[in-house]
Design a protein around this ligand. Structure first.
Ligand SMILES: *[C@@H]1O[C@H](CO)[C@@H](O)[C@H](O)[C@H]1NC(C)=O
Ligand SMILES: *[C@@H]1O[C@H](CO)[C@@H](O)[C@H](O)[C@H]1NC(C)=O
Ligand SMILES: *[C@@H]1O[C@H](CO)[C@@H](O)[C@H](O)[C@H]1NC(C)=O
Length: 435
């Protein structure tokens, strides 16, 4: 049973139970906002977690990116594809007034959405060493080749995820192709229900609980991104000052029950679902980080030890959360079914990570890639429970590994979701005070 706050029209935010879980929103809010979020934030400000290597120059593998705002140094793409002619920056183009407006929009978008690539010399040196400490390859993501000359480190703290003015038509196209072509939509499942051994995985709807979960995870990610864009909206933009802050109208357009015809509260529930799944992965992966030999290597021993302690504190906190999913209901079918499911998840999810290279706005692409790699790492962890259980207390972990990139993505992605839950409380308060 799920309850939406019944009393007023202005604050349709979710309360009550989350589907497929014995959890309620209020417990998660209190746990996240006052215990986990502050520590996680501190962790993410550390050197280990703030630098992420990414290739933002990979071409979109699925369709022709023919909007010329998407060219390399125009970071954001606010111009409708069909209105932007070739050679947007060519001199002749500037003579048409309408066209020059578009060019200005592009420049403006560039200014707001550009990825700041500045790193200090010391950081660059440390990066070289980090790379040497990296482990094996990963599985759920089409990970960037971090040795490619096009892959560059970015400082995530200098590049916050926020409203960039990005309203390109491809935002719609991207989410549409994710939902329609890559999400196990119930009506697309034509395979007959498995009989016999696989039955525990199959629900009456024809979609097993894990596949329904997949869809909800993607929807939760989408909701989380939209909460950030509403919470860090460009409210004021003058020469002297730029101000980002919450835009309630934007929030309501995406989440209000009436304005979204009931979709908004469902999206928010999926956000909480995503939160719980990520939290569960963190609690499961503790043995990997808890080994004495594991380091969060930046080259400063005492600092590295401090950050590792903070990390372990967070993981223990995640483990202490009382309302995890029923162990038997997720990713826990018989071995053969589970292996098949894992493979399907892997292929679908990998494809979604490739779609991220089609995001026009560079800053959105950066956070899209990071968050999908983080979620991919979550899936990798959840499907590797047995391997994690076998990690020896000392010595290297051969069966299960995470690269530095995966670790950074995992925690930063969770940081985004955690921030969304926190920001939701802020929106609730604002809406309450508006009554
Ligand atoms: C990957 O995604 C693209 C774009 O949505 C889609 O056209 C394609 O069929 C997908 N491929 C697989 C193997 O799922
Ligand atoms: C808030 O967002 C709406 C669009 O949802 C926009 O029309 C409005 O101008 C924004 N408000 C501010 C103060 O920027
Ligand atoms: C190493 O980290 C410690 C603790 O965070 C800090 O006090 C110290 O200044 C750092 N040393 C260097 C050389 O950066």
């Amino acid at each position: 049973i799920s309850l939406l706050s019944p009393s007023n029209q202005a604050s349709q935010t979710v309360t009550g139970h989350i589907d497929d879980c014995t959890c309620d929103v209020e417990t998660i809010d209190a746990f996240n906002n006052y215990k986990l979020f502050p520590r996680l934030n501190e962790l993410l400000e550390s050197d280990y977690f703030r630098y992420y290597k990414v290739n933002l120059k990979k071409p979109c593998p699925f369709w022709n990116d023919n909007s010329h705002c998407g060219i390399r140094d125009c970071a954001v793409k606010p111009c409708p594809t069909d209105e932007v002619p070739n050679g947007i920056r060519s001199a002749s183009y500037k003579y048409s007034e309408e066209a020059s407006n578009h060019a200005e929009e592009c420049e403006e978008a560039n200014r707001l959405g550009a990825v700041d690539e500045s790193l200090s010399k010391e950081t660059q040196r440390a990066m070289l060493q980090w790379t040497r400490h990296d482990d094996s390859s990963d599985s759920f993501c089409e990970a960037d080749d971090i040795h490619s000359p096009d892959a560059e480190y970015v400082d995530l703290l200098l590049n916050p995820e926020r409203y960039t003015g990005y309203k390109g038509p491809d935002a719609w196209k991207i989410w549409n192709s994710i939902y329609e072509e890559n999400c196990f939509k119930p009506q697309n499942v034509k395979r007959p229900l498995a009989s016999g051994r696989g039955e525990s995985l199959i629900l009456l709807s024809g979609v097993c609980i894990e596949k329904r979960a997949f869809y909800k995870l993607i929807s939760g990610l989408h909701a989380s991104i939209n909460i950030h864009l509403s919470a860090r909206y460009l409210l004021q933009d003058t020469w002297s000052e730029k101000k980002w802050g919450p835009n309630v109208t934007e929030f309501q357009q995406r989440f209000d029950e009436v304005l979204t015809r009931g979709e908004g509260p469902r999206r928010l529930k999926n956000l909480y679902f995503l939160y719980l799944i990520e939290l569960r992965a963190l609690s499961k992966v503790l043995p990997f980080f808890d080994r004495p030999g594991f380091q969060l290597y930046t080259g400063n021993k005492s600092h590295d030890a401090e950050i590792k302690n903070l990390l372990l504190e967070i993981l223990h906190l995640a483990k202490s959360f009382p309302l995890h999913f029923d162990e038997n209901s997720f990713f826990a079918g018989n071995k053969k079914e589970a292996a098949k499911l894992k493979e399907e998840f892997r292929l679908h999810f990998k494809n979604i990570t490739r779609i991220m290279d089609c995001v026009g706005c560079f800053k959105c692409r950066l956070w899209g890639k990071l968050q999908t790699q983080g979620l991919g790492t979550v899936l990798k962890i959840l499907f590797s429970e047995n391997l994690i259980g076998k990690i020896p207390e000392s010595g290297p972990s051969y069966g299960f590994r995470l690269t530095r990139q995966e670790i950074v993505a995992l925690f930063n992605a969770f940081g985004r979701v955690s921030t969304s839950v926190r920001e939701l409380e802020n929106f609730r308060n604002i809406l309450r005070n508006m009554q």
